[in-house]
Design a protein around this ligand. Structure first.
Ligand SMILES: *[C@@H]1O[C@H](CO)[C@@H](O)[C@H](O)[C@H]1NC(C)=O
Ligand SMILES: *[C@@H]1O[C@H](CO)[C@@H](O)[C@H](O)[C@H]1NC(C)=O
Ligand SMILES: *[C@@H]1O[C@H](CO)[C@@H](O)[C@H](O)[C@H]1NC(C)=O
Ligand SMILES: *[C@@H]1O[C@H](CO)[C@@H](O)[C@H](O)[C@H]1NC(C)=O
Ligand SMILES: *[C@@H]1O[C@H](CO)[C@@H](O)[C@H](O)[C@H]1NC(C)=O
Ligand SMILES: *[C@@H]1O[C@H](CO)[C@@H](O)[C@H](O)[C@H]1NC(C)=O
Ligand SMILES: *[C@@H]1O[C@H](CO)[C@@H](O)[C@H](O)[C@H]1NC(C)=O
Length: 648
């Protein structure tokens, strides 16, 4: 919305208010005027007003551009994988017609294909970082894949005598091998009834706010409007990046303390957490986890990963192997193509095979996560929209949505880049990831009260800890209130959090949902774009920091700061009438770099517009990058955070 139309709307609420606001805004010509009444809220209660913002606002549309999706390969597949339902085994076929086409330029060519088995190296010190690769073996027509092979790579060559060899195609294949011991009479009919053990599928896209979903993925968004889908519009992130937010959902504890104490880097720590998939396993589920982009995988980015394979079907080693042995192409800042196929497609094909394979055999719990398109580039999602949507159509045609509870979700929105620097909605965008929950027709019929609650909860404040409780609830749907939940199932970091199938309190506060103040979006906020004003505040912040060094007698060990540049500055807008009493005091959240060494800080400060003075607690500042290297002169964890040690 433009400033002019905003002012007009504002004026229609009352002449006096209008004059007052206009007067106020003359100090801040670039802060969009903000009326409490003409706003719509995702959550609207006395203690939480979570503002809805426009995904198509002019400031963001200026930098928004649909990205073209480039296929990894336009050739047809020479090697195809099929499941033989008679033998209950996979087969690889070679398409001779495709070979004819591909080998035209090689005279008198004959085809030679080979395969290599890929696996997990259990004896490696960091099995998640490694993989095993067998020697090449000849690949014959209609190759029946042995049941102990999970992954393999293939290479096909056009060969003319011994003289000329041309690599035609190389690929990776994954097989969901059924290792259950079956009732021999009816191996396909073992599955417990779907209503008592529904499939649970989590489809995740990294760094996708609900705003960017609407802006960049219209097809996906439209699919998510179908009956049975519910959007948790009051869903707020609980931690900075992927790991705390996923851990909140998967373990009930964001483990930020353990992260700060570097416990994640100790081999085995990651294995010890209590993941929800273990409970699903205990209830007879088959479990799966797949993620594209090996470098930035949730449990592996700057971390050792799992020692022991965490789920029954684990894609990690396959992806690491393909990233190593196949030709890759980067796009949107990450590995995008693994050879001839999109990394994303490996993940979502894995999901399809996993669900298909156990359709009549066992209930399944799976997490399928994509980083490749969206992690670095806020426009990457525009290229992912159609691909993602087409998978949902396939899943629908296969009946997955008749049998499964499905989550389409993200961990957080964009934390840096243009949305944070240039757009007023950046602060919210970072904190409000998308969160959609699907329940199939039978569920809606059998549990109308749960569905009613889910509908109500769409506009209540919720968090990843509630999602965690919802997952627990799916294992015991006959439990009809939180008071009947076993206390040891409660999310350890938010004992009062609850299943989203039960009604959330209307007047819930962030603290009741396990959301710290820093991430809480219950207070509306806008990104300030008036550069002069930003600089004025930032220089004051830096001055306070230098003063603080003096006050704490740290100037002999710590460098004096100078401002390098401000990344963004957000302004909190108080909602409750008590907190507006001091019109002159504004709360800003400011992210900036200082020299020397380009330290990156985020500070929450109060600015007195009248006195042009600042209130700031320097010890509470956040440091946004690793500071190990420059903080060796002190052992105090608080001082370490901001002291740039003077080199001697
Ligand atoms: C292809 O094979 C034919 C007959 O087998 C032979 O006459 C011809 O010389 C071969 N061409 C090449 C380029 O090797
Ligand atoms: C597995 O890792 C161990 C330890 O690094 C190494 O010695 C061994 O050769 C690896 N095995 C395979 C099959 O790659
Ligand atoms: C593939 O074919 C070759 C030659 O025809 C044969 O020696 C080999 O045993 C076959 N391999 C498999 C796995 O069937
Ligand atoms: C899903 O269920 C509906 C209604 O029960 C049925 O009409 C439809 O054919 C099913 N879809 C698939 C693909 O099984
Ligand atoms: C729910 O059902 C399970 C399995 O049928 C049973 O063991 C459990 O006691 C039931 N719980 C409640 C609260 O009814
Ligand atoms: C200030 O720090 C220096 C060096 O770290 C120390 O020698 C000095 O005693 C300190 N002064 C006060 C007043 O604490
Ligand atoms: C520290 O830096 C500020 C600029 O940020 C400068 O004004 C001040 O003089 C410096 N102080 C010292 C002690 O170098």
């Amino acid at each position: 919305m433009g400033r002019k139309s905003n002012v007009l709307l504002l004026c229609s609420f009352g002449f006096i208010l209008c004059i007052a606001k206009l007067a106020l805004h003359s100090h801040y010509p670039n802060i969009e005027s903000f009326s409490k009444k003409n706003l719509q809220y995702y959550v609207d209660s006395p203690s939480c007003k979570m503002p809805k913002s426009n995904p198509f606002s002019a400031d963001i549309m200026k930098v928004f551009k649909k990205k073209h999706f480039k296929e990894c390969s336009t050739d047809n597949d020479l090697v195809l994988s099929e499941f033989d339902p008679e033998l209950r085994q996979y087969r690889l076929y070679i398409d001779d017609g495709i070979f004819e086409k591909l080998s035209k330029k090689v005279p008198n060519a004959t085809l030679r294909c080979q395969y290599q088995v890929i696996g997990r190296n259990k004896s490696a010190s960091y099995p998640d970082k490694d993989f095993t690769l067998s020697d090449p073996r000849p690949l014959n027509q209609s190759f029946l894949v042995p049941k102990d092979i999970d992954f393999l790579s293939t290479q096909c060559y056009a060969v003319n005598g011994k003289k000329e060899i041309k690599l035609l195609q190389e690929d990776g294949f994954l097989f969901v091998q059924d290792r259950l011991s079956h009732n021999t009479k009816n191996p396909e009919g073992d599955r417990p009834d779907e209503e008592s053990k529904p499939n649970v599928i989590i489809l995740g896209i990294d760094s996708t706010s609900r705003l960017n979903l609407r802006r960049s993925m219209p097809k996906l968004h439209e699919f998510l409007q179908r009956p049975g889908w519910f959007e948790m519009q009051g869903f707020n992130k609980v931690g900075e990046n992927t790991i705390p937010n996923l851990l909140a959902m998967l373990t009930g504890n964001a483990e930020e303390k353990a992260m700060a104490q570097s416990r994640f880097s100790h081999g085995g720590f990651i294995d010890k957490l209590k993941y929800i998939w273990q409970r699903f396993k205990n209830y007879g589920y088959q479990t799966a986890f797949g993620e594209d982009c090996g470098k930035i995988n949730t449990f592996n980015y700057n971390k050792p990963g799992f020692k022991k394979q965490p789920v029954d079907y684990y894609l990690r080693n396959f992806i690491v192997a393909l990233e190593t042995i196949l030709k890759t192409r980067r796009e949107f800042g990450n590995v995008f193509c693994l050879g001839r196929k999109l990394g994303f497609k490996y993940i979502f094909d894995f999901a399809r095979q996993f669900m298909q394979r156990f359709e009549k055999v066992a209930p399944v719990f799976g997490i399928f996560w994509s980083n490749s398109f969206t992690h670095e580039d806020f426009l990457g999602a525009t290229a992912l929209d159609k691909v993602f949507w087409e998978y949902l159509l396939v899943y629908d045609a296969l009946g997955f949505f008749n049998r499964s509870i499905v989550f389409v979700l993200s961990d957080h929105g964009y934390r840096y880049g243009v949305t944070r620097q240039n757009a007023k909605s950046g602060y919210l965008e970072e904190r409000l990831p998308m969160m959609f929950i699907y329940v199939p027709p039978w569920f809606r019929k059998r549990y109308p009260q749960y569905v009613e609650n889910l509908r109500t909860n769409q506009n209540r404040l919720s968090s990843g800890f509630d999602v965690h409780m919802t997952l627990h609830h799916l294992l015991q749907l006959n439990v009809t209130s939180m008071s009947k939940f076993s206390p040891n199932l409660r999310a350890s970091q938010c004992r009062g959090c609850q299943s989203l199938f039960f009604e959330l309190p209307h007047n819930r506060k962030c603290s009741q949902a396990g959301i710290r103040d820093k991430w809480c979006s219950c207070e509306p906020i806008e990104t300030v774009t008036n550069k002069k004003h930003i600089t004025k505040v930032a220089l004051e912040v830096v001055r306070h920091m230098n003063q603080h060094l003096e006050d704490r007698n740290l100037t002999e060990i710590c460098e004096n700061y100078t401002l390098k540049k401000v990344v963004h500055m957000d302004r909190k807008i108080p909602v409750t009438d008590e907190s507006v009493e001091d019109d002159e005091l504004h709360t800003y959240v400011i992210s900036f770099y200082t020299r020397p060494t380009l330290a990156h800080f985020e500070a929450t400060v109060q600015w007195n517009t009248h006195k042009k003075s600042l209130i700031m607690k320097v010890d509470e500042i956040s440091r946004l990058e690793s500071y190990k290297k420059h903080s060796k002169c002190t052992n105090d964890p608080v001082i370490k955070k901001y002291c740039i040690c003077i080199p001697f």
